[in-house]
Design a protein around this ligand. Structure first.
Ligand SMILES: Cc1ncc(C[n+]2csc(CCOP(=O)(O)OP(=O)(O)O)c2C)c(N)n1
Ligand code: SF4
Length: 285
């Protein structure tokens, strides 16, 4: 069945790329949530993953490399009635966009961030990204990566991000359910999704992700931050599921003066009283 979110166009991804699987998962999650298209905005940066919104039938803003989060938070602040979803690669989000990642978590806008984590820079031909495993040889790191990779989940939990999860393209239902919960969660939601770059990462393949991951069971309480942090440090096998949730954090846009009285009228529908600005200017003269 055709989806209302599926944009039928040529797709510039290699055959077998994990981006296709995640595209399908995202489309299914949106369908099942019965989201009204008019209320949905996607935001992305630069990279293979960041092309994702171009292949969906959605409103989207395509920003500069690493710069998806500031416009996403801005869009949500300009109209809190919108559902804002960011799609990004590990290089775009944790490398070029690393600083924005940290500060967006601190601010806690009500946006969902889905990171296609293929552990390399795919678009620029396989150089190491911040999540490339130590020792991997790449066209640039020809003797192997000698730096430690970052751990985005541990980082997010340490910053008390309000929703932190990991999915995998090989786990369709699990990842779709996580994305649905992330979108309906109020606050900054991170969903890091393992996926293969079949062309430039010959180590972390579809089969490797399948073999080296397991799903958290219901005994994990996602409000237990210490346990979530402990789980985020696990690798080989890497846990999948919702690690951490904090439903008690103030939401960035709701703290802004214009919305503090509970009125969510978007900024474009408000009329400004020039007298207020005049009186403010007069006070400064
Ligand atoms: C500031 C800046 N630095 C570098 C680049 C070049 N560049 C474009 S895409 C890309 C890699 C993207 O990797 P990732 O975000 O992991 O996405 P993928 O292509 O793997 O999906 C790089 C380095 C750029 N466009 N802008
Ligand atoms: S280079 Fe890698 S990330 Fe890019 S489309 Fe091909 S398989 Fe996907």
């Amino acid at each position: 069945m055709d989806s209302t979110f599926e944009y039928k166009t040529d797709i510039a991804w290699c055959q077998g790329c994990g981006n296709f699987g995640l595209r399908k998962i995202v489309i299914n999650a949106l369908e099942e949530l019965e989201i009204e298209k008019e209320k949905l905005v996607f935001v992305s940066g630069i990279g293979q993953a960041a092309k994702s919104p171009q292949y969906l039938d959605v409103n989207y803003f395509n920003g500069l490399h690493g710069r998806a989060l500031p416009p996403a938070a801005g869009i949500k602040a300009a109209n809190p009635n919108l559902i804002v979803v960011v799609e990004s690669g590990d290089g775009d989000m944790y490398g070029e966009g690393g600083n924005h990642f940290i500060h967006a978590i601190r601010r806690n806008p009500d946006i969902t961030v889905i990171v296609h984590n293929n552990m390399v820079y795919g678009l620029t031909k396989g150089q190491a990204s911040p999540t490339t495993p130590k020792g991997m040889k790449t066209p640039v790191q020809t003797s192997g990566v000698f730096e430690e990779p970052i751990n985005p989940l541990a980082m997010a939990i340490s910053l008390d991000a309000s929703f932190v999860a990991r999915g995998s393209v090989g786990e369709f239902k699990l990842t779709k359910d996580i994305i649905k919960k992330a979108i309906t969660h109020r606050g900054f939601s991170l969903v890091d999704v393992f996926q293969a770059c079949v062309t430039f990462n010959k180590i972390n393949t579809h089969a490797w992700f399948k073999k080296n991951t397991y799903s958290l069971d219901d005994s994990h309480d996602p409000t237990d931050r210490n346990k979530a942090f402990e789980l985020s440090l696990q690798s080989s096998p890497w846990p999948l599921g919702i690690f951490y949730k904090n439903e008690h954090k103030p939401i960035f846009e709701e703290e802004l003066a214009v919305y503090r009285n509970g009125d969510k009228t978007p900024l474009y529908k408000r009329t400004r009283d020039p007298k207020i600005i005049d009186s403010l200017l007069q006070q400064k003269i």
